[in-house]
Design a protein around this ligand. Structure first.
Ligand code: 5GP
Ligand code: ZN
Length: 113
């Protein structure tokens, strides 16, 4: 499948992997928008948030659970951080394999952009 994040999962493209389990992979974003910017992806290919099915709900929860664990590990869980999931073109999605951005280490403004 011609999917960048599937290729990272399959180790066909290198990435700085920071966490992996049976269902999830997390790696540093190649173009970080914060001192820590990690992309968390399910190993299962799901193109957009609109394609999530009821059987995937636990997996989506695992993305957020992983984000919180990584925030704690990086030391900014208490001061705060941001998680973002972009959907389709107007939402800013550029890679069509769902992913959660975990960004921390600086202050974020809201609403953003
Ligand atoms: P999106 O815009 O789809 O929400 O997020 C895609 C993210 O993937 C972007 O933040 C972008 O910097 C990151 N990205 C794109 N290509 C690569 C790559 O080859 N390696 C890594 N580690 N991140 C990538
Ligand atoms: Zn994929």
């Amino acid at each position: 499948m011609d999917c960048l994040f599937c290729k990272i999962i399959e180790r066909e493209i290198p990435a700085e992997i920071v966490f992996e389990d049976d269902e999830v992979l997390a790696f540093n974003d190649i173009n970080p928008q914060a001192p820590t910017h990690i992309v968390i992806v399910p190993k299962q290919h799901i193109a957009t948030l609109n394609d999530i099915e009821e059987r995937d709900l636990a997996l989506i929860g695992r993305l957020q659970y992983t984000a919180a664990a990584l925030a704690a590990e990086k030391g900014f869980a208490e001061e705060g951080y941001r998680v973002v999931m972009n959907c389709n073109e107007q939402g800013g999605q550029t890679v069509y394999h769902i992913h959660m951005h975990l960004m921390g280490g600086r202050r974020f403004i809201w609403p953003a952009g």
